[in-house]
Design a protein around this ligand. Structure first.
Ligand SMILES: [Zn+2]
Length: 145
């Protein structure tokens, strides 16, 4: 069994629309994302390197210094008011830590699919997103690609 583990922090803002509490106001965190990928043996490129660590970290870098919003947060999605490059649309009903983790999980799967498509390799993927020192969400999925 082989394991790839990458982590990176990123500074990003969000707000929970319609939340009954202070989280409904725009606020930021220094988030920490950790990706753990396991496979019996990862595929290798011509340099005997497996999934590109940099491509995985790019998922988190893409969120750095951004405003993470859900589709209902129309104010931030008006390109006349906010530069679209500074806004990341997170699928779901809010940019919660749960939805940020699932967004990252889908991107991890896309990285594997683009680098090593159709190999029939089973991966266990775990994405941990730490919103604060005390708020951490973990999502795991097994996929064959
Ligand atoms: Zn928050």
């Amino acid at each position: 069994m082989e394991t790839i583990r990458v982590l990176s922090d990123f500074h990003a803002a969000h707000r929970q629309l319609n939340y009954d509490g202070k989280c409904r106001y725009v606020h930021g965190h220094t988030w920490i994302g950790t990706f753990v990928l396991k496979a019996e043996q990862f595929p290798r490129n011509h340099l005997d390197m497996s999934i590109d660590f940099g491509h995985l970290k790019d998922i988190l870098r893409h969120l750095d210094h951004k405003m993470m919003v859900c589709e209902q947060d129309e104010v931030f999605l008006k390109s006349g008011l906010f530069e679209p490059e500074g806004v990341v649309l997170i699928p779901g009903d809010s940019p919660s830590v749960e939805n940020v983790a699932n967004y990252c999980l889908e991107r991890v799967i896309q990285v594997i699919r683009s680098e090593y498509p159709d190999r029939g390799i089973s991966y266990d993927i775990e994405v941990t997103i730490q919103e604060t020192d005390h708020n951490i969400f973990v999502v795991e999925r097994s996929v064959t690609i």
